[in-house]
Design a protein around this ligand. Structure first.
Ligand code: ADP
Ligand code: MG
Length: 679
């Protein structure tokens, strides 16, 4: 198998330079990668239903004889509409096609075909709209691939078939026999054959399961290896814990959860055998900044420098002000280093970092550049870590002598997943909010109540508050969702023409984004219409209301993140979720948002309902791209974890040839994210 990653896709019959480039667009360059290009979904032609048994809304296959003439006409909007009837022994169904001129020449009266499509049942009978059809039901489960213009599903199928034939008789399986036997997993060859061309539904299930387990296992073992790598002896040992002293300088008492997180970190830094390498995970508003400040305080008092990296300039500035305030009665000097500073200012800050005059520097990516040199960097802190890849983190770490690492994240992640995604870090969880926080009142409304919602928003603004309106990003080829700009234009024209509204979307230059945020921050703008780019961690306490359009489009965790932008001040805050649906699972899902404000509960619900795809997004966590694990469920997540534990504790892991295959897969996966420490 592994050698197939070295054979270019162009070597397949029927794939020349041009078609090869189309495959490249999909991220497929080699035969091996084609075999890992798994179907998006399947059409199950293997179980043919009687027409009398079909149900409204189901996608199914029927087999029947064309029993009417094939008639074409025009719809009122000028589309060609073709209708025909098909019968089996149990009933009759009407088929409808739009703008398909070829149907009447492809289907023949009196002949029998299989049809595959979505059933609709109403007063007038049973219909299928634009079903696929085939002369022989080859009783197969047909793979459906994600495509790109110029590449058809059939072409991909043909290529995959050839690729599968190139697999040797016995494929070297990265999961060794002993593990497969023990945990009941099918072998790689069976899995690859059946993920593409399943023999039946059961074979598909076990194939998928096996591939998910392998992928999670490779990820998990790889991350654990990273952790071992960083677990060198403590080169920045601290001898005294100053957290009590720091705490007494605060205007409030730390919560127990905050105290636990601080002492976890300080304990690690005082341990000779290890280096602090920890994630502090806490919901928005749980007070992670104070934790970071306390840990920094102890580090600095023990003679080290601290670097604190934030994902945007605005967040860096915010933290800079907070730290200056927190350290105002000490002799600790705080510096700021962002790309926005004048060159002379940057030079000055860099100089003082090199001499050690600055004890803690807050900054953006400017911290990572070559010419930033530290005197004695002992602790690196990154905020909202999912914005940074593992590789960038490593770069900042390289500026010290194996400094301690503290990563902070506001994205609650279910425990099972956290262990995998953050396999390279120890975890402390802040599961408690400071006292006196108000719940954000969350309302779920349908489209038709929008006008009332706007009136409510207006009344909040008249009280002097500010508002966010979130509309989803327009995906390519999608027209039914309003883009931020059009949407904002419409709002300003029709509802809020007397109110200063700002727009924020992903296509804007970052300087423009920052300018808009700045204006919102300083209360010049009363309303921000934005796609999901609203800065994570941005703190505008005066914003008390958020409305989220097409809420059903978002994962719950994402909604929770967005909602966390309000409810940051003393005033009561609101979140209005707008959805076109007031029934079904997506509606039920959204109702969870109205009943709990607990990010971890919400994340659990999200995992159960949607699977881990939302959490795995590679941009989210700087992880390598996963091919199939978004289909994982709680059981496969737990099983992969169990197998990883088993392998790690197997004393042969480091030396045994059996594990060579899986190690090769680990280094292949992690090369993509540029971490060469695993090679
Ligand atoms: P996040 O975890 O989202 O980064 P912050 O660190 O920004 O949260 O804290 C949110 C707010 O809560 C800040 O205004 C901070 O001063 C305040 N805060 C933090 N810890 C406490 C506490 N123990 N008691 C009261 N207020 C606190
Ligand atoms: Mg924060």
């Amino acid at each position: 198998m592994s050698s197939l990653y070295n054979i270019k896709i162009e070597n397949l019959k029927g794939v020349g330079k041009k078609r090869g480039e189309l495959f490249n667009k999909l991220g497929v360059y080699s035969i091996g990668q084609l075999l890992n290009y798994y179907p998006r979904t399947y059409e199950d032609w293997s179980s043919v239903k009687d027409i009398s048994d079909v149900e409204n809304g189901e996608v199914t296959c029927i087999k029947g004889q064309v029993c009417s003439a094939i008639n074409s006409g025009y719809t009122r909007s000028g589309k060609i509409i073709t209708k025909l009837q098909v019968s089996d022994e149990t009933g009759v169904i009407e088929l409808v096609y739009f703008n398909n001129r070829y149907i009447s020449s492809m289907l023949k009266y009196g002949e029998t075909y299989c049809f595959y499509g979505k059933i609709s049942k109403n007063l007038y009978g049973i219909q299928m709209t634009a079903p696929e059809f085939a002369k022989d039901c080859d009783s197969a489960i047909k793979p459906i691939y994600n495509l790109t213009a110029g590449l058809t599903n059939r072409m991909v199928i043909n290529s995959v078939k050839q690729a599968l034939e190139m697999l040797p008789e016995t494929v070297n399986d990265p999961i060794p026999d002993n593990i497969r036997d023990k945990f009941n997993l099918v072998n790689l060859k069976f899995a690859l054959n059946n993920i593409h061309f399943p023999e039946n539904q059961f074979a598909l299930t076990v194939a998928k399961n096996r591939l998910i387990i392998e992928e999670l296992l490779v990820l998990n073992l790889g991350l654990r290896q990273l952790k071992n790598h960083k677990r060198e002896k403590n080169k920045n040992l601290i001898t005294k814990d100053y957290s009590k002293e720091f705490e007494s300088s605060l205007p409030y008492n730390l919560t127990n959860a905050q105290k636990r997180a601080v002492s976890d970190c300080v304990r690690d830094m005082m341990n000779k055998e290890i280096t602090l390498n920890r994630l502090v995970q806490g919901d928005v508003g749980s007070g992670k900044t104070a934790v970071a400040a306390s840990v920094s305080y102890s580090a600095i008092k023990n003679g080290m420098q601290v670097a604190f990296m934030a994902p945007t300039e605005l967040l860096a500035e915010q933290h800079y002000n907070t730290f200056k305030e927190l350290f105002s009665n000490t002799n600790i000097s705080v510096g700021l280093l962002t790309g926005k500073l004048k060159q002379s200012e940057k030079n000055k800050v860099r100089k003082s970092l090199e001499t050690g005059e600055i004890h803690i520097v807050i900054g953006t990516h400017a911290l990572i550049t070559e010419n930033t040199v530290f005197n004695n960097l002992g602790l690196v802190i990154t905020d909202e870590q999912h914005r940074f890849g593992v590789a960038q983190r490593a770069k900042l770490l390289s500026k010290g002598n194996n400094p301690h690492l503290l990563v902070m994240s506001a994205t609650p992640i279910p425990r099972t997943l956290g262990l995998i995604i953050f396999g390279d870090l120890d975890i402390s969880i802040i599961d408690e909010l400071p006292p006196g926080r108000q719940e954000i009142e969350t309302l779920l409304i349908t489209d038709d109540k929008r006008q009332r919602a706007f009136n409510f928003i207006r009344s909040e603004i008249q009280k002097g508050r500010q508002a966010y309106i979130v509309c989803p990003l327009v995906e390519e080829g999608e027209t039914d969702l309003a883009s931020a700009e059009e949407y904002a234009a419409e709002l300003m024209l029709n509802f809020f023409n007397d109110i200063p509204v700002g727009i924020l979307h992903g296509k804007m230059k970052s300087a423009d984004k920052e300018r808009v945020m700045e204006q919102f921050f300083s209360n010049q703008l009363k309303m921000l219409v934005a796609t999901t780019v609203i800065e994570v961690g941005i703190d505008v306490p005066n914003a008390t209301i958020m409305m989220i359009e097409n809420a059903e489009r978002f994962g719950l965790s994402q909604l929770h993140q967005l909602r966390g932008r309000v409810g940051r001040g003393k005033e009561k805050s609101y979140c209005i979720l707008v959805s076109n649906y007031d029934y079904g699972t997506s509606f039920e899902r959204l109702k969870t948002m109205c009943t709990t404000g607990d990010g971890f509960k919400i994340a659990d619900a999200d995992l159960k309902l949607r699977g881990p795809g939302d959490f795995f997004g590679s941009r989210q966590h700087g992880l390598p791209e996963l091919k199939i694990s978004s289909f994982a469920d709680t059981e496969s997540l737990a099983l992969s974890q169990k197998i990883a534990d088993f392998i790690i504790t197997d004393s042969h892991y480091l030396t045994d040839d059996r594990y060579r295959g899986i190690k090769a897969e680990i280094s292949r996966l992690f090369t993509e994210i540029g971490d060469s420490s695993l090679n």
